[in-house]
Design a protein around this ligand. Sequence first.
Ligand code: PEP
Length: 252
Amino acid sequence: MRRKLAAGNWKMNGLGAALDEATSLAESHANTATEAATEIVLCPPATLVREMARRCQGTAVVVGGQDCHEAASGAHTGDISAEMLADAGAKYVILGHSERRAAYGESSDLVRHKARRAWQAGLRTIICIGESEDQRQTGKTLDVIGEQLAESVPHNASGETLVIAYEPIWAIGTGRIPTLDDIGEVHEFIRAQLKARFGGDAGDAVRLLYGGSMKPDNAAEIVRVANVDGGLVGGASLKAADFGRIIDAING
Ligand code: PEP
């Protein structure tokens, strides 16, 4: 049985006052800090990681970073390492988000190196993959997904270390989502690829999230799709009330 997961990606949003949203989410979901309930992860900007982790310690809310460098330390001005995130209290890190792939030319190769480093630091990785609108319209979705998955995920992945987020680029922040059949097709394909590469048990244990305009009113139908184990949520994770409703929908 894979534990359901709701991960919130705050992106470059959130000043100190926004920490109250995390506290409020932890309070409203105080009774869900159990293995049976959906796991809740919030990924704020790096400036808020330590304080959010402190405030949410012992609650259902776990904290993650939004990216990390592939090196442990060194002359990399402006970057943050997996070790630093872990030291600040993070348990997860998002890697290969399409915004980073697009804005900074991050390749799947680089994402794989970052993931290896994150695992060494004891972080779980949420690796994002997804096709562009043009790729979907020209029938290349599964080719793109297969290639990104193969190249972004290091060897010896397991359900303990790896979460995959399928995020169609054209669905992020647009209010548009694929059909449920299309989501199901991609998730089934990812599951099959993981099982073929890592073996049936390990491939089955990796959680697969859907991401892209997941909202309180569409989360329930999306997570009913086979092989969808939860969501990676951007805009709707900024407010505890909205994210809380998504978590409740994922909980079922
Ligand atoms: C994201 O950027 O990971 C995302 C899913 O964003 P949104 O939910 O705002 O579409």
